[in-house]
Design a binder for this molecule. Structure first.
Ligand SMILES: Nc1ncnc2c1ncn2[C@@H]1O[C@H](COP(=O)(O)OP(=O)(O)OP(=O)(O)O)[C@@H](O)[C@H]1O
Ligand SMILES: [Mg+2]
Length: 390
C-alpha cells in the first residue's frame, strides 16, 4: 500500500499515530502538574523502562500537557560524559529572561540571573552561547561554591522564587537521566528536596532506564519520598492490537486477527517493534486487509533491519569481553538471570565478572532488577545476540 500514507512511526522519540496504554500515567502527570501549580506538594515523576518502550514520547506528551496548563518548560537530554551544569545553564538563562520580561513588579528574575551567572562562573567548563546583558553582575557566593550539591539547589530555589514572583510555573524535563554522574543526580535530588520544602512552582519530569530508582535511592535515601517511578512497560495484547488497528482503520485499512496475533508474538508488545512491524507490513501489503502471510513476509525484512540498526549500534560499542558476557546471558534466555548462572556458563568465578558487569551497567546495556540478578535493557536483545554470534 502507499508508503506515503503509512501511519506507523518507528523511530527514537517519533510520536506514534496513537499513544495507547498510557492513560494512567498521563492522568498521574496531569494531577501532578495541577497540584504543583496550585502550590500543593506532590512527588515529581521519573518514568522508567527498557529501550524503545516509549519514555521519550511520553515525556514529550507530558511537556505539551504542561505547556497547555500554562507551564514554562525546559527540556534537556543527558548524555554519557556530558556535564549537567552547562546542559542546563543555557535553557535556564532563556527562561529567566522570559520571566524577567513578564508583567509584574518583582525583581526576583533579575536576582535569578545574577545567581545563574555566579553558577556559570564556577563551572569547570566554559558554557558556549551564554552571554549576559552587561547590567547583570554575578551574585557572588550564591551558587559558585563549586560543589554542585550546594550550587544547583541554590540556583533552582532562586529560579523557583522568580517564577513564584511572576505567578509562573516551571516544568523541567530530563530524558536519559540515568547518564548523570552520582554527584549530578544527587544535586538534582537535593534541589527538588529544597523546592518541595519551600513549595516553589517547579516540577521535575524525568525518564530513564530501570536502573534509575536504584541510582536515586543510593544517592539520597529520601529520593523515594520525593519521586514516583512509574514503570513504562510493553503493551498488552489488546493495546498492541489497538496501536496497529486504530491508525489503519482511520484510513480504511484492516488487520486480520491472526496478523495482529503474529505481530504480538514477535514483538511481545514492545512499542518500537510494534511500530516497525506495522510499518513494514503496511508497505508490503498489496491491499487491505493485512494478513498473517504479509506479516511473515514483513518479518523477513524487519529482522535484518533491526539487526543492522537498533541492535547493531549498541553491539558495536561493546568490548570483546562484554560481548562474551552478553552472549552467555543470551544463552540463558530473555532473563532476568542470576549472576552466578552467568558466571557458571562462562566457566569463571563470579567475582571476576565484576568489572565487565559494571561497565555494561554503565553503558546502559544491562541492569539489576533484584539482588544478584541481571537483565537486558534492550528488549529481545537475547535473540539478537544469538543471531550476531551464532
Ligand atoms: N504507547 C505507545 N503506543 C504505540 N507506539 C508507541 C507508544 N509509545 C511509543 N511508541 C513508539 O515506540 C517507539 C519508541 O518510542 P521512544 O523513542 O519514546 O522510546 P524510549 O523508551 O524513549 O526508547 P529509548 O530508551 O531507546 O530512548 C516510537 O517509534 C514510538 O512511536
Ligand atoms: Mg528515549
Amino acid at each position: 500500500m502507499d508508503p506515503i500514507k503509512n501511519p506507523f512511526s518507528p523511530g527514537a522519540g517519533s510520536p506514534p499515530p496513537e499513544l495507547v496504554g498510557r492513560d494512567p500515567i498521563l492522568e498521574e502527570a496531569r494531577v501532578l502538574l495541577g497540584r504543583i501549580k496550585q502550590g500543593r506538594p506532590e512527588k515529581s515523576m521519573l518514568l522508567t523502562g527498557l529501550r524503545g518502550v516509549g519514555k521519550t514520547v511520553l515525556l514529550n506528551e507530558i511537556e505539551r500537557m504542561a505547556q497547555s496548563q500554562g507551564y514554562r518548560t525546559v527540556s534537556i537530554e543527558a548524555h554519557e560524559g556530558k556535564a549537567l551544569g552547562p546542559l542546563l545553564a543555557t535553557h535556564l538563562r532563556k527562561l529567566l529572561f522570559d520571566l524577567d520580561r513578564m508583567a509584574g513588579a518583582g525583581d526576583k528574575a533579575k536576582r535569578g540571573l545574577a545567581v545563574l551567572r555566579s553558577f556559570i562562573s564556577s563551572l569547570k567548563v566554559t558554557v558556549n552561547d551564554v552571554s549576559f546583558g552587561l547590567d547583570i553582575e554575578p551574585e557572588r557566593g550564591s551558587a559558585d561554591s563549586g560543589d554542585l550539591e550546594v550550587d544547583l539547589p541554590n540556583l533552582l530555589v532562586a529560579i523557583g522564587e522568580a517564577a513564584e514572583d511572576k505567578s509562573a510555573a516551571i516544568a523541567i524535563l530530563i530524558d536519559e537521566i540515568q547518564y548523570f554522574s552520582p554527584e549530578e543526580l544527587g544535586a538534582v535530588i537535593m534541589a527538588m528536596h529544597k523546592i518541595q520544602q519551600r513549595q516553589l512552582p517547579i516540577v521535575l519530569l524525568g525518564a530513564g532506564l530501570p536502573i534509575l530508582p536504584r541510582l536515586a535511592g543510593e544517592s539520597k535515601s529520601y529520593a523515594e519520598r520525593l519521586f514516583s517511578f512509574p514503570d513504562i512497560g510493553a503493551l498488552s495484547a489488546a493495546d498492541a492490537a489497538k496501536a496497529l488497528q486504530d491508525p489503519a482503520a482511520a484510513v480504511d485499512v484492516a488487520f486480520e486477527r491472526e496478523a495482529l496475533e503474529e505481530i504480538f508474538r514477535l514483538t511481545k508488545g514492545y512499542p518500537y517493534f510494534v511500530q516497525e512491524w506495522g510499518y513494514q507490513s503496511w508497505n508490503l501489503a498489496p491491499a487491505s486487509p493485512i494478513t498473517i502471510g504479509i506479516v511473515r513476509g514483513a518479518t523477513a525484512a524487519v529482522t535484518p533491519r533491526l539487526d543492522k540498526n537498533f541492535f547493531r549500534v549498541r553491539f558495536d560499542r561493546l568490548t570483546p569481553s562484554e560481548k562474551k558476557f552478553l552472549r552467555a546471558m543470551a544463552e540463558l534466555g530473555p532473563g532476568p538471570h542470576r549472576t552466578g548462572d552467568i558466571a557458571q556458563s562462562l566457566n569463571v568465578k563470579i567475582e571476576s565478572l565484576g568489572p565487565t558487569r559494571a561497565n555494561l551497567i554503565k553503558k546502559g546495556m544491562i541492569y539489576s532488577p533484584g539482588h544478584g540478578e541481571l537483565a537486558f535493557t534492550v528488549p529481545l536483545f537475547d535473540e539478537f545476540m544469538k543471531r550476531a554470534i551464532p
